[in-house]
Design a binder for this molecule. Structure first.
Ligand SMILES: NC(=O)c1ccc[n+]([C@@H]2O[C@H](COP(=O)([O-])OP(=O)(O)OC[C@H]3O[C@@H](n4cnc5c(N)ncnc54)[C@H](O)[C@@H]3O)[C@@H](O)[C@H]2O)c1
Length: 432
């Protein structure tokens, strides 16, 4: 008698072979779904369903307009009627989407995740407004050395906005698509306060952010400065000019810090393939600037509002160019979205002597405002004026707002902050 464990599968196999059903025709199997769809008017139901979904999708307002107002610097600051003529196509589409509240089929862009270091500062907070209005998610990284929560507070209930108190000198890991690296005190009063910290912010902070860009494959934009030209021997300054900077002066922590930051940016680009952009920013002014920060426009405006004499250093014949902050933000965004690494000068080529600037402030605030002359500070450049041909040609960008139009918008903001904050305690607002 054989064991129960003997394999008998071959017996069943032999019997299975004897059964041979008629093979199914392959073309019949393929047309089965089509025949199913054509039966009992199912196709009509499908078409009607698609039509209803399309109508609902087109008529319902886009949810992206729910959070964060549409940012228009002209209307925000009361300058309706001026338009940006050369806005990039993608931004125009976004604005159309946001202004009509409808999403044209196939046109809605995916919002990006963007870090703005120094996003609670003057320029950074205006940039954040634009990015949020465009539909992006923004993470502000700031140590609040010169930045203020008040500058970004209006985004606090927006789920697309995050604020991290962090010093860029320490490493940080985030998953992002783009990094706008603005963190650095920009005014002489602040960057001279702790020069070693300033150069650390520019060198170690930039290294950390470039390292992050490399790790997560993000595009990186460095906000450099016209100070890299030092006291220029070439006028106006073109991007190819290498500058005339004192490496051991009191401004060197900032000037040389930014020059090193540019070097690091290019080395990460060439050596590690990081996508980078470099903006050389010239004097910028506008609402939310720090009051009493030693920058000439904010100094003059605050002094004239307080009925103090406007301090002019030296003979007042040194020149500067002043761009309104919304022009700068437009330039930064075009640079980030464009194809060119740079560096690009972003500034307003309109050139003013300090005395001419004082006159515009007198016209705007108080015709009787006095001027007081003081000895000039060390290493103060005599002339500064950007050549913006490169930005015009390659980014299609140029500033739109004149000093006469921009200054009143800043004066309104300063008036509110100085007199609003000074009513009781008399403390200097925001002179951190
Ligand atoms: N405003 C101008 O005229 C001008 C001109 C040239 C260049 N820039 C550059 O633009 C950028 C922004 O300038 P701004 O005028 O808005 O200055 P700002 O001082 O108003 O803003 C700088 C921001 O960076 C933050 N910050 C400073 N050090 C930091 C650190 N170690 N870690 C994290 N956050 C830090 C500050 O708290 C602040 O919010 C700066 O990089 C500046 O060098 C500005």
């Amino acid at each position: 008698m054989g064991s129960e464990l003997i394999y008998r599968g071959h017996e069943t196999q032999t019997t299975a072979v004897t059964y041979s059903p008629k093979p199914a025709k392959p073309w019949l199997r393929m047309t089965r779904p089509i025949r199913y769809l054509l039966r009992e008017q199912r196709l009509v139901f499908v078409i009607v369903g698609i039509a209803i979904a399309t109508i609902i999708f087109t008529l319902l307002p886009s949810s992206s307009s729910k959070h964060g107002p549409i940012y228009d610097p002209m209307t925000q600051y009361g300058m309706i009627g001026t338009s940006f003529e050369t806005v990039p196509r993608r931004v125009r589409i976004d604005e159309r989407i946001m202004s009509t509240g409808k999403v044209p089929l196939g046109l809605k862009r995916k919002g990006m995740r963007i870090v703005v270091t120094g996003g609670a500062g003057f320029v950074g907070s205006h940039l954040v407004d634009r990015l949020i209005a465009r539909g992006d998610s923004v993470i502000v990284v700031d140590n609040f050395f010169t930045g203020r929560k008040e500058n970004v507070m209006h985004h606090f209930n927006n789920p697309r906005f995050e604020l991290i108190r962090h010093d860029v000198v320490e490493p940080l890991l985030l998953e992002v698509d783009q990094i706008y690296h603005l963190a650095c005190p920009a005014s002489p009063v602040h960057y001279k306060f702790n020069p070693v910290k300033t150069i650390k912010t520019n060198v170690v902070g930039t290294l950390n952010m470039l390292g992050l860009a490399k790790r997560v494959g993000a595009r990186f934009l460095l906000s450099s400065t016209s100070e890299v030209y030092g006291d220029p021997l070439q006028h106006p300054q073109v991007e190819t000019y290498w500058g005339n900077v004192n490496p051991i002066g009191v401004r060197s922590c900032y000037d040389e810090g930014k020059r090193t930051a540019e070097t690091l940016t290019m080395d990460y680009h060439r050596g590690a393939g990081v996508e980078v952009r470099i903006a050389r920013i010239f004097n910028t002014y506008g609402p939310r600037m720090c009051i009493d920060d030693g920058r000439v426009v904010s100094n003059f405006v605050a002094q004239a509002l307080r009925k103090e004499a406007m301090t002019v250093y030296g003979d007042g014949k040194q020149t500067r160019s002043f761009q309104f902050v919304s022009d700068l933000v437009e330039g930064l965004m075009r640079l980030m979205e464009g194809e060119h690494v740079g560096p690009f000068n972003l500034g307003n080529p309109g050139e003013f002597t300090m005395l001419e600037l004082a006159e515009v402030v007198q016209q705007t605030i108080d015709p009787n405002a006095k001027i007081e002359f003081r000895p000039n500070t060390e290493d103060d450049p005599h002339k500064r004026k950007p050549d913006i041909t490169k930005a015009k040609d390659l980014l299609g960008w140029e500033p739109k707002i004149s000093l006469q139009n921009g200054l009143p918008l800043m004066v309104n903001d300063f008036r509110q902050r100085i007199f609003g904050d000074h009513k009781e305690g008399g403390a200097t607002a925001n002179a951190s």
